[in-house]
Design a binder for this molecule. Structure first.
Ligand SMILES: [Fe+2]
Length: 389
């Protein structure tokens, strides 16, 4: 029986957010309104060097709010870093957190907040709806247009002992406020812009194809595909073009609202294993895997993928021509990723054939696989990795 998606029960969770030039400078006022008396600022060395953390620190100073900076965050934030941040937070008596940076500082900050209030190890929150108490008040100031951790109910943390990425999915990790300032992204380099932008594109594609999608998430997902595909290359070529950066930031925001609620799919399930095993950039892993997962999924939801192709600007054939549609969509995805400079195979990043069974076993347990439009066996997953190898 065909599902009537219009009548499916679906909720939509989103934080309060401010979008626009100057949003980062509101951090102090928002922290004050949330009742903060001493703020833990979670960031990383690159964000400090580019001056974005400074905008937040000045804003806190204007409100007379003392703060402590925690910057020991890797590009794939680790469980031990979250625990060290929580220790700093408790020791310094901080009662609110401002995260400034890309997905890594924001995910680390989410982890710190729930560790402090629940007094448990970060690994104990793995899975869906597994955080008993909300974290500390949290404001996110994203400085990349990709992860959307600033609006999502996801926190992804590397489990260093099991060498995998823990996915924590809970309404309790949705920030209290997101201050989304496109100007902060003008400091991103060429490669980071490409990887984070392709991560946003993957969020939109997976949310639209997800079996937990809804009319509300569809609206955001398709518009995100349009915005990212039309503006990614412009943002890469002219990093200080504030208009292109704003459109990318808006695309990332829409993709975040879509995937936080419709969840993701096999691209992320397979990418999490790669990030955990080899510490590879998340957006790069997604960009490499995307076309292979879409190729495997296409027949299950041809109408959905046709709409994605149209949003990408591909010349899609008539409705009903599934093999032509599949080919046109795959070509459009390949063209965009190649033009964004991603043209490598997993083997060039250090993945070996003998790693594949372990990677596939981890992907099979990832919560993102649950909403993929079709089920996969472990052999299917190994097959996808092999195509990308
Ligand atoms: Fe992602």
């Amino acid at each position: 029986m065909t599902r009537n998606k219009l009548l499916d029960l679906r909720k939509f969770v989103a934080p309060e957010f401010v979008f626009g030039d100057g949003a980062a400078g509101l951090a102090g006022r928002y922290a004050r309104n949330l009742g903060a008396r001493r703020v833990l600022v979670v960031t990383d060395e690159g964000v400090i060097r580019h001056g974005c953390a400074g905008l937040v620190l000045e804003s806190l100073a204007r409100e007379g709010l003392p703060n402590v900076v925690f910057q020991e965050v890797s590009s794939n934030p680790r469980d031990c870093e979250v625990m060290a941040g929580a220790e700093t937070c408790l020791r310094e008596g901080c009662d609110a957190i401002v995260a400034v940076g890309g997905g890594s500082p924001m995910d680390c900050a989410k982890g710190i907040g729930i560790v402090v209030t629940n007094e448990r190890h970060i690994s104990s929150f793995e899975g869906v709806d597994n955080v008993p108490r909300p974290g500390l008040p949290l404001i996110c100031v994203p400085t990349t247009s990709g992860s959307s951790a600033d609006v999502s109910q996801f926190a992804i943390v590397s489990d260093t002992s099991r060498r995998l990425k823990l996915a924590i999915v809970s309404k309790t990790v949705v920030p209290d406020a997101a201050l989304i300032d496109p100007r902060t992204t003008t400091t991103m380099g060429y490669e980071l812009t490409a990887h984070t932008g392709l991560d946003a594109l993957t969020h939109a594609v997976e949310a639209y194809a997800s079996n937990a999608s809804s009319p509300v998430t569809d609206l955001h997902a398709l518009e995100a595909v349009r915005l990212v595909s039309a503006n990614l290359l412009a943002a890469m070529r002219a990093p200080h073009d504030l208009e292109a950066r704003a459109r990318m930031m808006l695309g990332s925001l829409y993709a975040g609202l879509a995937f936080s609620n419709a969840i993701l799919g096999a691209v992320h399930a397979l990418a999490h294993g790669l990030g955990g095993l080899l510490d590879l950039p998340h957006g790069l892993c997604n960009a490499i895997l995307l076309e292979h997962v879409v190729a495997a999924n296409y027949e299950t939801a041809p109408g959905r993928y046709r709409n994605i192709g149209l949003a990408l600007g591909a010349a899609m054939p008539e409705v009903g021509d599934h093999s032509g549609g599949r080919q046109a969509l795959l070509e459009a995805l390949r063209r965009l990723t190649r033009e964004a400079g991603v043209n490598c195979r997993l083997s060039e990043l250090g993945v070996q054939r003998e790693d594949l069974p372990e990677l596939a076993a981890k992907a099979l347990c990832d919560p993102c696989l649950v909403t993929n439009p079709r089920p996969f066996t472990i052999e299917d997953i190994v097959g996808i990795y092999e195509k990308a190898l």
